[in-house]
Design a protein around this ligand. Sequence first.
Ligand SMILES: Cc1cc2nc3c(=O)[nH]c(=O)nc-3n(C[C@H](O)[C@H](O)[C@H](O)COP(=O)(O)OP(=O)(O)OC[C@H]3O[C@@H](n4cnc5c(N)ncnc54)[C@H](O)[C@@H]3O)c2cc1C
Length: 336
Amino acid sequence: MKRQENYSLLGHNTFGMDVQTTLFVEYDTVDELRTFLQSGELTRHERYIHIGSGSNLLFAGDYQGIVMHSAIRTIEVTEETDTHVLVRVGSGYVWDDFVNHCVMQGWAGVENLSAIPGEVGASAVQNIGAYGVEVKDVIVCVEAMALDGNTRVFAKEECSYGYRDSIFKRELRGAYIVTHVTYRLEKTPTYRLDYGDLRSRVEAHGEPTLKAVRDAVTEIRNNKLPDPKILGNAGSFFTNPVIPRAKYEALKTQYPNIPSYPISEELVKVPAGWLIENAGWKGKALGRAAVHEKQALVLVNLGGATGHEVMTLAERICEDIYTMYGIRITPEVNYV
Ligand SMILES: Cc1cc2nc3c(=O)[nH]c(=O)nc-3n(C[C@H](O)[C@H](O)[C@H](O)COP(=O)(O)OP(=O)(O)OC[C@H]3O[C@@H](n4cnc5c(N)ncnc54)[C@H](O)[C@@H]3O)c2cc1C
């Protein structure tokens, strides 16, 4: 187990915030995590958080407390039939390495989720999604440890999955640490290509393959999203608001181009990126924090920005969006 006091989190958050934590603890096994939790050390500190690779976090400043991180990086097939495999993966496994592994093995289900930063543990907390797929579609169960060291297996149905949401972000926030996730992958792919220009890109190379989908998704993402190694960011900063259809129809008379995706008879989802861009924020900076010039949903650190600067920019955007459209948008990024 790695244990370091006054530790810089610069390498542990994609926003590029050079903040320190009082204590950083990284464990390699479930037993190490249990021993640490039962040592009583958590209660001796003001607060604690468990992080993955920090690609959906924004640190406001130094963290007075314990930051925990999983280095459980096991991967094992726990069931295999003619049609599918169940794969149990450690929470510290890098998500995109897992996707790559699946594609190489010919296991289908996660190829559309290629190139999403982060680790396996957070995938199940965040219910990551992209190109028409959410990870909940392939999750079978989530193994987690409570702060007293007891373990619990959550069936997918117990995780209350919603859009970028789960029980681990709400009722059980901070109460459980995800240690393993089991996914079900299919041996016969069902390609999901009806999102943007994914189909034309994939079919340009002939019959679809898992690798072609992975390559196309990776290429589109690399063109569209800023690389956190160059420009600090945490991907989509806000979630897309879901609003009553009647409200949407009223807005459409004022903004005829406002896009929407149906959710139900009464509800539609509106892309937050469109609302922000249409409000004139794309490419604008406030101090050292800015709205990305190509993708209005992404806030970036132009270099040396503090968490507070990014949060102030986000607040100003939220206020403008509410004034203009009467819609409240909320951060997808976790403030710490
Ligand atoms: C360039 C870029 C593009 C992105 N694109 C997408 C996208 O297309 N779709 C998408 O859904 N997301 C996207 N994201 C957001 C991000 O990749 C996901 O939210 C990812 O799951 C975060 O993983 P992480 O390991 O970095 O978690 P962190 O950001 O470190 O943590 C996220 C949350 O999970 C909790 N957590 C982490 N690990 C554990 C654990 N083991 N047990 C309990 N709680 C835990 C943390 O406390 C925190 O609340 C993008 C981010 C970036 C920077």
